[in-house]
Design a protein. Structure first.
Length: 136
């Protein structure tokens, strides 16, 4: 009889453990999307990364990263300048630098889906505006 009672208690413990585990998974499944939305975090590739350079300088020398990590360095770009929308995977580091040619200021901005990730202004005379972010 004692062995039967011990076996029944063991089954009850296993059933309770399974019920608790299912409840924890269900709660996580339904609340994680809400939490991620509150934190503005995406688990997918980020679409709509845009680099923008503007300012009072007429032209700028730029350096920016592409989705594959390679670096582009166009010189003498007329301002204002905006890149096309780039799809960049989550976890990728993006960098944009801008140096005004001649007098004037330059401002760099990196956005994702219209949300500013970083923005910086450089003063005239060989100063650089440097922007960087990790896509999430």
């Amino acid at each position: 009889m004692a062995a039967q009672t011990q076996k029944t208690n063991s089954h009850r413990g296993l059933i309770i453990t399974i019920i608790v585990l299912v409840a924890v998974i269900a709660i996580g499944y339904f609340t994680m999307p809400l939490l991620m939305a509150q934190l503005n975090v995406s688990s997918q590739s980020s679409s709509g990364v845009v680099y923008k350079v503007e300012g009072t300088a007429e032209q700028a020398v730029l350096t920016y990263t592409k989705p594959d990590g390679s670096i582009i360095q166009p010189k003498g770009v007329d301002l204002p300048w905006t890149s096309f929308s780039i799809n960049i995977p989550s976890g990728t580091i993006v960098v944009l630098t801008a140096a005004g040619v001649g007098e004037g200021t330059v401002k760099c901005t990196i956005t994702v889906g219209g949300r500013v990730l970083d923005s910086n202004i450089a003063n005239p005379f060989n100063d650089k505006a440097i922007c960087g972010a990790v896509i999430r």
